[in-house]
Ligand binder design. Structure first.
Ligand SMILES: [Zn+2]
Length: 341
């Protein structure tokens, strides 16, 4: 039975890969494909131990993606340039390739930037503006680090609020595996981000505390942003001020600050700013979308798929890539093939 299942999986992946390849080769109408990344970390990088697998791509895998897409005839372009050319009704490439990086991770500078520079491929990074220049850590990474290194039964009373979200709803006696901790993160998304951050800041400093030294810094700083923008290769869009999921914000003034204040922060950074928004976790409400449409030119979602030339600019689809769904040519083609089903 297991053999049959893995044979079936092999054929489905192969069929999707062929479909993806045909789609890329035969597209005749101008089409935009947006590839999305979060963290770019070499295979043995220590941060991989505390990161959700769906967030991480090996630099060598990123390089292979670029080679493959170029060999299939895709034209790399800045997202704002594609939007501007479309607005002016200028001819667009048959297949345009846009790269986006979400959250503003420091590893984008360390590992993606050198590759994109040597391949001459532009990209937009969506920044969480109040985290730039800090040693702050996103809450999922704080919790992953805690749960994979310390049993909750030994973590102290300040972390017991996590109990209902653990496997079986009771304190674990041994550290969780990364996959178990990943499931806890998904269950915690039923809470709003401020509540989780308040719980974490109430807890005494320990293994889950934010980084305190330059070595621990995981978010880009201004110097890195300036350097990456200097060659016109990197541009920066908005991903809110604190990475709050917008559908969890009840307070209208917080919603305004997260959406509009983020663009003001970006404009303070200087070079390479584009008025393009990216919804954290893909979550949005009608009020949020209205604010985004008022102040931005476009918005990226977490919806999967290709963008035909007439796609609504505030509903751009993307392919979120990581080692698990695009570690080989076959998997990458199957992932982008699946986006048209
Ligand atoms: Zn994000």
């Amino acid at each position: 039975m297991a053999y049959l299942r893995s044979a079936l999986k092999f054929f489905v992946i192969a069929a999707l890969a062929v479909y993806g390849w045909l789609k890329v080769r035969l597209t005749s109408q101008p089409t935009l494909i947006i590839l999305t990344y979060h963290r770019i970390l070499p295979r043995h990088h220590p941060d991989r131990k505390f990161e959700q697998p769906g967030m991480v791509t090996d630099p060598e895998v990123l390089k292979r993606h670029l080679h493959l897409m170029k060999s299939l005839g895709a034209t790399p372009i800045h997202l704002d340039d594609w939007l501007a050319r479309r607005a002016r009704k200028e001819p667009l490439p048959r297949l345009s390739l846009v790269l986006t990086f979400d959250d503003g991770w420091r590893d984008n500078f360390q590992y993606a930037y050198p590759i994109l520079k040597s391949e001459n491929v532009p990209a937009t990074i969506f920044l969480v503006t109040r985290l730039v220049d800090t040693n702050d850590v996103f809450w999922p990474e704080q919790i992953l680090k805690l749960l994979t290194s310390t049993p909750l039964s030994e973590a102290g009373p300040q972390y017991q609020w996590l109990t209902p979200y653990l496997p079986n709803g009771e304190p674990n006696q041994a550290p969780l595996t990364l996959s178990q901790a990943d499931q806890v993160i998904n269950r915690l998304k039923s809470l709003d981000d401020a509540t989780i951050l308040n719980h974490l800041s109430d807890a005494s400093p320990g293994s889950s505390s934010p980084g305190t030294s330059e070595d621990d810094r995981s978010i880009l700083n201004r110097q890195e942003l300036t350097e990456m923008a200097s060659g016109e290769l990197f541009r920066y869009g908005a991903h809110t001020q604190h990475h709050f999921r917008l559908n969890r914000l009840d307070n209208p003034s917080t919603l305004r600050r997260e959406i509009l204040g983020c663009l003001d922060d970006l404009n303070d950074f200087g070079k390479g700013i584009v008025p393009i928004f990216c919804y954290p976790n893909g979550d949005i409400t009608g009020d949020g979308r209205k604010l985004v449409e008022d102040r931005y030119q476009a918005a990226c979602t977490t919806k999967t798929g290709w963008n035909p030339g007439n796609r609504d600019p505030f509903d751009l689809h993307r392919f979120n890539l990581h080692d698990g769904n695009s570690g080989s040519t076959r998997y990458l083609l199957a992932t982008i093939g699946r986006g048209i089903l």
